[in-house]
Ligand binder design. Structure first.
Ligand code: SF4
Length: 611
């Protein structure tokens, strides 16, 4: 497709400026693409070829990188490009109907290309981290619209048709709140502006690492790897000549339903950077990155302000707090819309300007990470907790929570609740307590399910609400989505199946093909064409994906299917009993062999054992 004269005219200058800003570095390719597109709105082949020429890569490689990320457009988009957040909680709040209405008013079709220079293009994207104030829309990937309703949609269509600049749209639409309904150690303390760092310096690097070990702090991204162990491995890794150790903050919280890192970054950015700097002191690192998900571009300016202030205060840069040789600084790298980049090796690939494909390990990032240098990748919340450990000591922190899950955990609560927002509890809190506090326990609500930890986590039924948050029972990265009795849990699981199929990076066959097959089977059931054969196939796929994929995305992609089949089977049975379902099928007889093998009523249990 030929670019319009304006794109053709803008592109060379935009490419030259971006290349100059980044010194023509290959590892800055993702940022270069972002910056060029910010000026040209989409990336015509001529621009990609010029970028390739400027950084010494082939056009095919540059196109491959641009094509990997959802936020890079290789075809024209409208003068305003709107992406509706398409998480299940957005849909529960009516986002699909609102998006359709907007498209009707604008005369466009969702997800379809428009002619260059059209007033608007509209599409859907995965959760944009605003589940507490949806339905939400991402505008040109740098601004968001919250709490959309019919009135706002009508006004928005008028503004777009009048070509009113985004800067002149009502301010209230673009304001993002960061509600905290229960605060504890991390959200209830003032931001740390040097006190933790001074304590770490006074104690020394070795003793600070010992305090982190004593605290039993585990990673808050979900996997729960011991933080001190990760730091120690990085410290011990051989350092190539001229290299440095690297500290990376993973702020790519792409798990649908989570937004707790958004709130931490908005309210406690100093504490996040303080934790990173404490880690740099322990590791002897000179280089740090925050990998900020592209959907959080609206946080960037404020984060840069905090970084600049910390440099002025001697908390970043050269000779931090006057200590010779303690040089460390942080760059913020914006992602470009790829869920898989939340995985640490994919994130590092993306930091290096490549497609976010998970690496084959070993070597692990602690040995060979960013540009081959020993690298730690920790979650936003982990760095916050580490800063508090540095200030107040490991024993104090270990005294909070449970024996195997020390400290507190943030939960991003959304869905059928009175008070959506972030809640911080010590580990060990029961699900029922969170449901009570967020207003999900009124008789009219009758909560039937909670999705803990997002789609890759666990879907709990009401009889499990006495279970407790913690690595002993329910580990979580932070999403807490609540579904009342009116929700169709099959449709919830089907939405998540579509999400995983869309986000699969395609590197390994079981995930690339398996997630797509799950979608087809579930769509078939949704259309009323499914039979028990399809259910059996789904269970086979569930078992297969758990044991054969290259990274955690594929391994957890069928968790919602597994859990909803187990707890909400009537939602599936309703589809099986559709008019096209083969009559005369004896479900009990079909399940009997499985019951004999497992002694359980779960017909998929025998298949799970194969995995
Ligand atoms: Fe990519 Fe999926 Fe394989 Fe992970 S499991 S490497 S996301 S294809």
């Amino acid at each position: 497709m030929s670019p319009t004269p304006s794109v053709r005219e803008n592109a060379p200058g935009a490419v030259a400026r971006a290349l100059q800003r980044h010194g023509g570095r290959k590892d800055a390719l993702v940022q270069i693409l972002r910056e060029v597109q910010a000026e040209t709105r989409w990336l015509p082949r001529e621009a990609l070829a010029a970028i390739a020429d400027g950084i010494g890569l082939t056009p095919a490689i540059v196109e491959g990188v641009a094509g990997f990320y959802r936020f890079f457009h290789l075809r024209p988009v409208g003068a305003v490009h709107l992406l509706w957040s398409d998480n299940v909680t957005d849909r529960m709040q009516g986002s699909r109907a609102l998006a359709r209405e907007l498209c009707r008013r604008l005369g466009v079709r969702p997800g379809e290309p428009v002619v260059d220079g059209a007033p608007a293009s509209v599409g859907f994207t995965s959760c944009i981290g605003l589940g507490d104030q949806g339905p939400a829309v991402l505008v040109d990937q740098h601004q968001v619209l919250t709490r959309m309703d019919e009135l706002r949609v009508a006004e928005l269509a008028d503004l777009i048709q009048a070509r009113t600049p985004v800067a002149d749209w009502p301010v209230a639409w673009t304001q993002v709140e960061h509600p905290v309904h229960r605060a504890d150690v991390l959200l209830g303390s003032p931001p740390l502006r040097g006190s933790a760092l001074r304590a770490a310096l006074a104690r020394g690097a070795d003793a600070t690492l010992d305090e982190v070990a004593t605290s039993k702090l585990r990673g808050r991204g979900g996997a729960g790897f011991a933080t001190a162990h990760k730091w120690r491995l990085c410290r011990q890794a051989p350092l190539p000549a001229g290299a440095t150790r690297v500290v990376v903050c993973n702020a790519d919280e792409g798990e649908p339903g989570t937004f707790k890192d958004r709130v931490l970054l908005a309210r406690q950015a100093d504490t996040v950077f303080e934790g990173m700097t404490v880690a740099a002191h322990v590791l002897g690192a000179r280089r740090g990155f925050v990998y900020l998900r592209g959907e959080y571009r609206h946080l960037l300016d404020e984060l840069q302000t905090v970084l600049a202030r910390r440099r002025d205060d001697g908390l970043l840069g050269r000779r931090i707090l006057g200590v010779d040789g303690f040089d460390f600084d942080v760059d913020i790298h914006l992602g470009a819309g790829a869920y898989v980049c939340g995985e640490e090796s994919s994130l590092i690939e993306s930091l290096e300007g490549k497609r976010g494909t998970p690496r084959i390990r070993p070597p692990f990032p602690v040995e060979k990470g960013y540009l081959g240098q020993p690298t730690i990748v920790n979650n936003v919340e982990t760095f916050c907790a580490a800063a508090h450990v540095a200030e107040r000591g490991g024993a104090w922190f270990a005294g909070i929570g449970t024996p195997h899950s020390s400290g507190t955990k943030l939960h991003a609560v959304s869905g059928d609740v009175e008070y959506p927002g972030v809640y911080e509890y010590p580990f060990g809190v029961p699900i029922a307590q969170i449901l009570h506090d967020c207003g999900a326990t009124s008789p009219s609500r009758r909560t039937q399910a909670v999705q803990v930890g997002g789609p890759s986590g666990l879907c709990l039924a009401a009889h499990e609400f006495d279970r407790r948050i913690g690595f002993e029972d329910l580990p979580t990265a932070g999403a807490f989505m609540v579904f009342d009795h009116s929700r169709d849990m099959f449709e919830t699981a089907r939405g998540f199946a579509h999400f995983f199929a869309h986000e699969s990076c395609g590197f390994c066959t079981p995930c690339r093909v398996g997630t797509e097959l799950v979608v087809r089977r579930m769509d078939k059931l949704a259309e009323g064409h499914g039979s028990l054969f399809d259910e059996t196939e789904l269970r086979e796929l569930e078992s297969l994906l758990h044991g054969t994929t290259h990274c955690g995305l594929g391994a957890t992609a069928t968790n919602p299917l597994r859990d909803t089949l187990r707890h909400f089977r009537p939602a599936y049975e309703r589809r099986l009993r559709s008019p096209t379902f083969t009559p005369g099928f004896d479900l009990d007889a079909e399940l009997e062999p499985a019951r004999r093998v497992t002694g359980r009523d779960d017909p998929g249990a025998h298949l799970e054992r194969r995995g």
